[in-house]
Design a protein around this ligand. Structure first.
Ligand code: DGL
Length: 258
C-alpha cells in the first residue's frame, strides 16, 4: 500500500485561494513533493454554511483528491477543519489528514498574559472543536471576532473594500489588543493591512508553519516522504476554473511572508 503511494501527490484544499498561505509554509519544509491544490471558489464562503453543507463539500473534494492518488490531505481551511475533520478522519481512515486550526495554543505558549483578538469565520468560532481549544487555553483576555464576509473580500481582492472592511470591523480594537490570531487561512494575505488598522506592534499568530512541520513528521513516520531530489510540481484547480484565481494563487505562492 505504501509502496504504491510513493511519489504521488499531497492534496490540499480550501474554500478559495486562502489556503495558499498554508501551502507556502509547507513547501518550505517539503519542497520536493507534488501538490494538488483545490480551491472551491464555486462554493465559498464556507464560513456561514451549515456543518452538513461543509461535510458534503469536503466529501466531494476528498473523492476528487483520492482519485488523483493523494497520499495525504491537508485541510487548509480553518472552517472545514473545525466542522468536518473528525468526520473525515473517521471516514478516510487510511489516509493521513492534517488540519489547520487557529493558533490559540501558540498564544498560550508565547504571549499568555496579553489582550488577544481571535479573528475567524462564524463557522470556526461557533464550532465545538474551536470551543474546546479556546476553553483549554483561555487567557481570560480574549475577544472572539466572527469576521463575517472578510474572506470574501480578500478572495475578491479589491484593496479598497479590504481596507474599508477592516476599518469598520476591527478599528475599535486599535490600541486595545497585542495578540492577533489569524484564524482563517485567507487573513494572512492581509496581515499588513490588519497591522495598519490595529497598530504596528501587534503580534500575529498563524498556525501554518506548525502545520507544515507536523505534516513532515507524519509523512516521515508513515514512510511517505517523496524520494525525488528535484523540486515538486504544484497543480492548481479551481471549481470555477477562473484564470484570474489561478494567477493570484501563483502570485501569492511566491510572495514572501510579511
Ligand atoms: N479560508 C477559510 C478558513 O480558513 C474559510 C473562508 C470561508 O470560505 O469562509 O476558515
Amino acid at each position: 500500500m505504501q509502496e504504491e503511494a510513493r511519489e504521488e501527490n499531497i492534496g490540499i484544499f480550501d474554500s478559495g485561494i486562502g489556503g495558499v498561505t498554508v501551502l507556502r509554509e509547507i513547501i518550505k519544509v517539503l519542497p520536493n513533493e507534488n501538490y494538488i491544490y483545490y480551491s472551491d471558489s464555486k462554493n465559498n464562503p464556507y464560513g456561514d454554511k451549515t456543518k452538513e453543507e461543509i461535510i458534503e463539500r469536503c466529501k466531494e473534494i476528498f473523492r476528487f483528491l483520492l482519485e488523483r492518488k493523494c497520499k495525504a490531505v491537508v485541510i487548509a481551511c480553518n472552517t472545514a477543519s473545525a466542522v468536518a475533520s473528525s468526520y473525515l478522519r473517521e471516514k478516510y481512515k487510511n489516509i493521513p489528514i492534517i488540519a489547520i486550526e487557529p493558533a490559540y495554543k501558540m498564544v498560550h505558549d508565547y504571549s499568555y498574559d496579553k489582550e488577544t483578538l481571535v479573528m475567524a469565520t462564524k463557522g470556526t468560532i461557533e464550532s465545538e472543536k474551536f470551543n474546546l481549544l479556546y476553553h483549554k487555553y483561555d487567557n481570560h483576555k480574549t475577544t472572539l471576532l466572527e469576521c463575517v464576509g472578510l474572506a470574501d473580500v480578500i478572495e475578491e481582492g479589491n484593496e479598497d473594500k479590504i481596507k474599508n472592511y477592516l476599518e469598520k470591523n476591527i478599528g475599535e480594537y486599535k490600541g486595545k489588543v497585542e495578540n492577533v490570531v489569524l484564524g482563517c487561512t485567507h487573513y494572512p494575505l492581509v496581515q499588513k493591512e490588519i497591522g495598519q488598522v490595529l497598530g504596528k506592534n501587534v503580534r500575529f499568530f498563524n498556525g501554518a508553519s506548525r502545520l507544515a512541520v507536523h505534516l513532515k513528521d507524519v509523512l516521515e513516520e508513515k514512510n511517505l516522504i517523496s524520494e525525488k531530489q528535484e523540486q515538486g510540481k504544484i497543480e492548481f484547480i479551481d471549481s470555477l476554473a477562473k484564470k484570474e484565481k489561478e494567477e493570484r494563487f501563483y502570485k501569492f505562492l511566491k510572495e514572501e511572508k510579511l
